[in-house]
Design a protein around this ligand. Structure first.
Ligand code: TEU
Length: 562
């Protein structure tokens, strides 16, 4: 039926609940806060709301460490608050998807507490337990079962004296990896997913879902700068990954009547793998989040920044367009809660703040795929000028700072400069609703400092109209809705353009929309840009000022070519 691939024409808006809106003044955002601000998202024209984790959690990784999959953290509210939000979302004709974090649990989850108790406990095999390397002193550095490093610095193994073994944690010590090779684990996860779908949720964003199948031999990985091995070759596309996702599809989704949105977050995924996950016939997932275009500005690891060029960006994104042109489907994103703010990263958050934020939005949204907007992106929110390590909250940033300034003996001011550029906290400061105290986010003390630029950069100011990135996003979403060619059309990059220009067309037969964007602060001349003023559909400069053959700094324009 026509509705079955509804997610192809949808625009998704991601809310990071702890930083969106605080209804009770404790400084942390919550579900009643999201409900109170729901019309901000509905008015934008987004179709789907994705909530980052709201489940009970010790919050070592802001909820990506879950201790109960079937309840709500009291900090965010109650199940009744979630139900109220869900019906308000549905009343507006929108959908709601939850974050599914099942590669690992919290170390405080009852499953793990049971598993770590004894080697013969009922859940003994629900996680990855291994003995120390033979001939070493268990618990001492060097006796870990393999050389893998964790994503948050240090070894991926933690010694558990009660059980006398190591457990695997690809992320923090407080995030032990679940053993998906155990059928009981899969049964428990699938039952939990079904429980949420039966409650009315419309799908899931699946956290690092490509990591759930590990090579059972857990072999050492190639050494990295950190001194640890990179385990990715042994778990980023493991031997059972397709079989587990096929089983999930069959047991969770196909056995129900709804039509759901599923998006798998997949660090390291290649276009060929993405096609295998998302092609129509297998349909294991609707789409995946790939990482290539957000890895272009670093070299090897995220703490070693390098400059990105427009040809890097356009060649990367265009390759994904081509590779998933016939089978499979792309997700499109610049931002999420793990990434620095795009206007500061690939744009210019000073001189051309409005122009660069809107140019980047134009390029992304007019690609083929489902666009995702991360809270505050629609306002052009920027990176944060934190000058003190005490302002940071993210476990990854804090662990990196500690390790870099001690073991690696880097200059603290150098490490701070890197964090200002790359820290996940850039995305996590509170949503900027107003110029007032607390930015309209809270009446209390926010859990992380506000970006001081909320004095001028805020939703109130932008709803008033002038140079409003919010209004531009609205137009962009409306254009997508009005022009089926933007959903169904094929994609062709214009490769022979100047190095600062990102240009392409989308066509169904003879009906084409062309998109030209200047991703630089210098005006650029190009003969290929040839159209009448009446053909312009959207632009970030006043249309009466636009000239064929020329793009002003960070100018973006979409027009019909028939
Ligand atoms: O992120 C997985 C992931 O690999 C990254 O984006 C990660 O944050 C990055 O490599 C760090 O540099 C997901 C979540 O989105 C993230 O917030 C969680 O911390 C992580 O999984 C663990 O659940």
């Amino acid at each position: 039926g026509g509705d079955e691939a509804w997610w192809k024409s949808a625009v998704v808006y991601q809310v990071y609940p702890r930083s969106f809106a605080d209804s009770d003044g404790d400084g942390v955002g919550d579900l009643p806060g999201v409900l109170a601000r729901l019309d901000h998202i509905a008015d934008l024209g987004a179709d789907v709301l994705w909530l980052s984790p709201i489940y009970p959690s010790p919050q070592h990784d802001n909820g990506y460490d879950i201790s109960d999959y079937q309840d709500i953290d009291p900090m965010f509210g109650t199940l009744a608050d979630l139900d109220a939000l869900l019906s308000a979302v549905h009343d507006r004709g929108m959908k709601l998807i939850l974050d599914l974090v099942v590669n690992h649990t919290s170390a405080e989850h009852p499953w793990f507490l049971e598993s770590r108790r004894r080697r013969d406990s009922a859940k003994a095999d629900w996680y990855f337990w291994r003995d120390a390397r033979p001939g070493t002193v268990p618990g001492e550095p060097g006796s870990e079962p393999n050389n893998w490093g964790s994503a948050f610095s240090g070894s991926a193994w933690e010694w558990a004296p009660d059980r006398g073994q190591y457990y695997l944690h690809l992320f923090a010590v407080s995030q032990p990896d679940l053993n998906w090779d155990n059928q009981e684990v899969r049964d428990a996860v699938f039952a939990m997913m079904g429980w949420w779908l039966d409650r009315g949720v419309d799908g899931f964003r699946m956290d690092v879902i490509n990591f759930i199948s590990k090579d059972p031999a857990l072999p050492d990985g190639p050494l990295t700068r950190s001194g640890y091995g990179d385990g990715m070759p042994h778990f980023s596309y493991g031997p059972q990954i397709h079989s587990y996702l096929a089983e999930m599809k069959r047991r969770v989704f196909d056995s129900r009547t709804g039509s759901y949105l599923t998006v798998g977050e997949m660090p390291g995924v290649t276009p060929g793998q993405a096609r295998a996950f998302t092609d129509r016939d297998r349909g294991q997932l609707n789409m995946v989040f790939q990482f290539e275009h957000v890895s272009l500005d670093h070299d090897g690891d995220k703490w070693t920044p390098r400059a990105v060029t427009v040809p890097d960006l356009r060649e990367t994104l265009a390759r994904w367009q081509v590779e998933l042109a016939h089978d499979g489907w792309n997700s499109l994103y610049w931002n999420n809660h793990d990434q620095p703010r795009v206007v500061s990263r690939y744009g210019d958050d000073a001189t051309y703040w409005f122009e660069s934020a809107t140019a980047l939005a134009t390029v992304l949204h007019l690609h083929r795929g489902t666009p995702y907007i991360y809270q505050g992106e629609e306002l052009g929110m920027t990176n944060v000028p934190f000058s003190d390590i005490g302002s940071f909250r993210d476990i990854e940033s804090l662990r990196y700072y500690e390790q870099a300034t001690t073991a690696e003996r880097l200059d603290p001011s150098h490490v701070m400069a890197t964090l200002r550029q790359k820290s996940r906290d850039n995305a996590r400061t509170p949503m900027q609703w107003t110029a007032g105290p607390g930015a309209g986010f809270t009446t209390g003390t926010p859990w992380i400092p506000l970006n001081p630029n909320h004095s001028w950069l805020n939703a109130d100011a932008q709803k008033a109209g002038h140079r409003s990135i919010y209004c531009y996003y609205k137009e962009l979403i409306a254009l997508r809705r009005a022009e089926p060619v933007l959903i169904d059309g094929d994609f062709e990059l214009y490769a022979n353009t100047p190095d600062t220009v990102y240009a392409f067309r989308r066509c169904v037969a003879d009906d084409c929309i062309e998109v030209f964007a200047n991703l630089s602060g210098d005006e650029v001349q190009l003969d290929a840009l040839d159209h009448g003023a009446d053909q312009v559909l959207l632009g970030n400069y006043p249309i009466q000022n636009t000239v064929p053959g020329r793009l002003a700094p960070w100018e973006a324009r979409a027009f019909r070519r028939s």
